[in-house]
Ligand binder design. Structure first.
Ligand code: UD1
Length: 382
């Protein structure tokens, strides 16, 4: 791959779940003095979905803000591709680092790879084997365009090998999101965010819901909310609502019991504190399945599959699938303290970003060496 080994690294972020994965990588590159730029696509643009995360995670202001905003998948992906390609054209970065599985991830990877600029993917190899999920398509395409694939769990290594990705591109580094979690958990406890919402430590459930398959269909959403209200009969619930879900709920005009608090999207440290001291979490998010495993807090996932099987096999997660009626019994078990405590998956130790940057530096050194070689050969041929 013909990169520019003397140039800067682009770290690309776009949506909320990217920020906690990239913050530790950005910090580690900075610590080592590696030239880098932070590029924000603007997929998430509300202050509550973006800016507050930058502040709390200690990320610098983006060097480039591409302002792509919302739209259909095609529009969003195309706008990110065009804007990233323009930036790459001007500056020719040595490497573009992307993370996770959102539209900005795949679009950034496509723009760079088509220009012959190498791509590194943080959180590679995860597969739900459900191609109706937009994120699954984003993961597959991004992985197959990347030169450096940083995996978080053993299933990721297996999936990539099975898809024919060469072994030397796969780097099992652990989970960068857990680096952020370990770095900020003390501040999160100190904040005691549960008190702000009038609930007792350890005596509330936390709910999040935003996946299109759950919230974009009225019947599904009504059924899920019925279950959530059922749980609220047993234990107070805090439910920070994603903008997508808020729009859908507004149309339904449902009424909630007092024990179910619908909140605005929460900042990272507040949410982390709430998660850490919840009796249990109910979610359809990918990242929260991992964070609850790292915190050893019970997690019930409102999906039939997960691309993060280690959270179920080793961690505290259980897929609720379609068996929503079984939820009541599970909640009883949890409240009585009868739930697996789980173990922390290998390399979720708070030091993943260090391993990522070790591999990036080694990769760039080889690129520089190859580029030098090409120059010498060209000179000899003259
Ligand atoms: C995206 C990711 C999803 C991730 C989620 C986390 C894709 C395909 N999906 O989904 O994997 O779990 O982020 O939040 O990339 N909106 C706002 N303000 C914002 C951003 C969005 O109001 O700052 C509203 C807009 O109406 C928008 C809708 O939310 O149309 C959905 O946003 P979008 O970025 O398309 O996808 P998410 O559902 O956030």
């Amino acid at each position: 791959m013909a990169g520019n080994p003397t140039a800067v690294i682009y770290n690309l972020v776009g949506a909320r779940p990217n920020f906690m994965k990239m913050a530790p990588v950005v910090a580690e590159l900075k610590r080592r003095g590696v030239p880098q730029k932070l590029v924000h696509t603007g997929q998430h643009y509300d202050a509550a979905m973006s800016q507050v995360f930058f502040e709390e995670l200690g990320m610098p202001e983006p060097d480039l803000y591409l302002g792509v905003g919302s739209g259909t998948h095609a529009q969003q992906t195309a706008r990110v591709m065009m804007a990233v390609a323009e930036a790459c054209e001007r500056e020719r970065p040595a490497l573009v680092v992307v993370s996770g599985d959102v539209n900005s991830t795949v679009a950034g990877a496509m723009a760079a790879a088509k220009m012959g600029i190498p791509v590194a993917h943080v959180e590679a190899g995860l597969r739900s084997f459900d191609r109706s999920m937009p994120e699954e398509l984003n993961r597959i395409v991004t992985d197959h365009l990347s030169e450096l694939l940083f995996t978080t769990e053993e299933s990721g290594n297996r999936n990539l090998r099975h898809e024919g990705i060469p072994e030397e591109k796969i780097h099992f580094v652990g989970n960068c999101m857990v680096d952020s979690l370990r770095r900020h958990e003390k501040a999160a406890f100190r904040k005691q965010p549960w008190a702000t919402f009038g609930v007792e430590e350890g005596r509330y459930a936390l709910v999040t819901l935003h996946r299109p398959s759950n919230v974009d269909d009225d019947r599904n959403l009504i059924e899920l909310m019925r279950q959530v209200m059922h749980i609220a009969d047993r234990i107070p619930i805090l439910f920070p609502v994603h903008p997508r879900t808020r729009q859908r709920l507004a149309k339904l005009g449902l009424c909630w019991p007092k024990t179910l608090q619908l909140l605005e999207p929460l900042p990272y440290i507040t949410f982390l504190g709430l998660m850490a001291r919840a009796s249990f979490v109910v979610t359809d998010s990918g990242g929260i399945q991992e964070e609850t495993t790292a915190l050893q807090v019970p997690c019930l996932t409102l999906r039939t599959n997960t691309e993060r099987p280690s959270t179920v096999e080793l961690g505290t997660n259980q897929l609720l699938g379609d068996d929503l009626d079984g939820a009541g019994q599970i909640v009883e078990q949890i409240v009585r303290g009868q739930w697996k405590r789980g173990s922390i998956p290998p390399l979720w130790d708070g030091h993943a970003a260090r391993r990522v940057v070790d591999r990036i530096e080694a990769f760039l050194e080889i690129e520089a060496f190859l580029a030098e070689d090409v120059k010498l050969l060209a000179a000899a041929a003259r």
